[in-house]
Design a protein around this ligand. Structure first.
Ligand code: BGP
Length: 459
């Protein structure tokens, strides 16, 4: 039996844009995802866009019953900025206020603590079109105002808050790799957006401290430990730089209140320094996170580059490394991600040794599988592969905790199968199955297993 510390929390994560659905007359504003889907619907798996997703906006009361049946002691979701403030700034949508108040209150009444995130890739379209999204300091201030509104409206109910989910993904996918709107390839802007988001997070934390005196606030980062191909000096150097971009870039400002000098030097060398002021740097250094959420899916394996980079190509972190496909690595073929449970242990050591052992929790960990219907027996999806995936990760996490890591809980991705951006409903991650057309929900074998896990506080 592997036992977790007393008070360890168990739950799952989902996000607003991926789960709520848009309903007639709900007054939700448009997001960048609506725009992207309108422009290029064929880029989304089976042409499914962000309008009809998992229907939580209408079904949250019965969904909370399912959360209870699957052992949730916590549940993480996000507020849709465009639902609450349809234009991103200005008028508040009262229907959204009622919805979120009731949603969060009902969770608590059922013994489930809500962990609420403010931004999960879903910029209100108006702010993107008018100002260029997080590339603009105006949007930094709009975010801080939105955060303040949320703390004032819901801060008496919700006590655990998060400013951003996976900000590096917004930067990479929006400004380097063209998976998220605005689909640009602009390294200078990418750096500006990364800096602006770190600043927006710090400004939101500053608001939080004035309003919610008895809560905690953090940020959720997807950490992908960078492993070198070998002990060759240049492989090691490649991994060091990959680590700086992939992990330190947001960990350092969030937890330490400042950037790593090595990263600044590289950014300077490529003439990519963002616009900043000393006053902003002070805000970042004075408003660090209380807690950290960590999403872990896969490691980042790198090697020294085999060729010289083209000096004229737009800058990418890959200027300094090649991706390395380790022979014999275990893969989740549906998602194309390596499965490496020990990564979670390595993360726990990194946080303990290099980030003051700050209290943290796993905020996402999971396995997306395509075509899960084929595993249905007697009406239930027998997702033993997912249970194995969780167990292996939990074993390594447990080892990290035994060695002193300050991990407070394990939250998986995801609750009910949800809409995964361009992959839409291709890969299913849920503890609970969604029959998309009818919106019927059924608990999977992993959901019942998760209930036992939570009841026993271990397995
Ligand atoms: C994380 C996101 C989630 C979720 C998950 C699964 O990066 O925070 O929103 O989507 O990954 O990944 P995907 O949906 O790309 O398969």
């Amino acid at each position: 039996m592997i036992n977790f510390p007393e008070g360890f929390f168990w739950g799952s994560s989902i996000s607003a844009e991926q789960s709520e659905s848009r309903v007639k007359n709900d007054n939700k504003g448009l997001t960048t995802w609506d725009k992207y889907y309108e422009l290029e619907p064929y880029k989304f798996h089976n042409n499914i866009g962000p309008d009809k997703t998992t229907g939580i906006y209408e079904q949250y009361i019965s969904d909370i019953e399912l959360l209870k049946k699957t052992g949730h002691t916590v549940f993480r979701t996000s507020i849709s900025w465009a639902r609450l403030i349809p234009n991103g700034t200005g008028e508040i949508n009262q229907k959204a206020v009622e919805f979120y108040k009731d949603y969060f209150t009902k969770l608590k009444e059922n013994g489930i603590e809500p962990i609420v995130n403010l931004y999960h890739f879903d910029t209100p379209l108006k702010l993107e079109e008018e100002f260029g999204g997080f590339a603009s300091k105006k949007v930094v201030d709009a975010f801080s105002q939105y955060a303040k509104t949320c703390f004032e409206l819901f801060g008496d109910i919700v006590k655990k808050w998060v400013t951003f989910n996976e900000p590096i993904v917004s930067v990479e996918m929006g400004y380097l790799k063209q998976y998220h709107y605005p689909l640009e390839v602009d390294s200078k802007k990418a750096v500006q957006v990364a800096y602006n988001i770190a600043l927006a997070s710090a400004k939101a934390i500053r608001e939080f401290k004035n309003i919610v005196k008895d809560g905690q606030i953090g940020i959720i980062l997807n950490l992908t430990p960078a492993y070198p191909r070998s002990n060759n000096l240049y492989d090691l150097k490649a991994a060091e730089i990959a680590e700086l971009f992939a992990n330190n870039s947001f960990l350092d400002p969030a937890v330490k209140g400042q950037y790593d000098k090595r990263l600044i030097d590289i950014i300077k060398k490529h003439d990519l320094l963002p616009e900043y002021t000393q006053e902003e740097l002070n805000i970042i250094s004075q408003n660090k996170v209380d807690i950290l959420g960590i999403n872990y899916y896969q490691p980042l394996r790198v090697a020294a580059r085999a060729s010289l980079p083209n000096p004229d190509a737009p800058f990418m972190p890959e200027y300094y490394y090649d991706y390395y496909s380790m022979p014999g690595r275990r893969m989740n073929p549906h998602r194309g991600w390596e499965i490496y449970p020990k990564g979670l242990y390595d993360i726990s050591k990194n946080i303990k040794e290099n980030y003051n052992n700050i209290p943290w929790f796993v905020a996402e960990n999971g396995m997306g599988v395509e075509g899960e219907e084929k595993y249905r027996v007697d009406g239930m999806i027998q997702d033993d592969y997912r249970i194995e995936f969780f167990k292996e990760h939990l074993e390594w996490l447990h080892k990290g905790i035994q060695e002193g890591s300050n991990c407070m809980g394990y939250i998986v991705w995801t609750t009910i199968d949800c809409w995964s951006w361009m992959n839409a409903y291709k890969n299913r991650y849920g503890l609970i199955e969604l029959e998309y057309d009818t919106q019927i929900r059924r608990i999977k074998k992993s959901g019942y297993w998760f209930n036992e896990l939570s009841k026993n506080n271990g397995f």
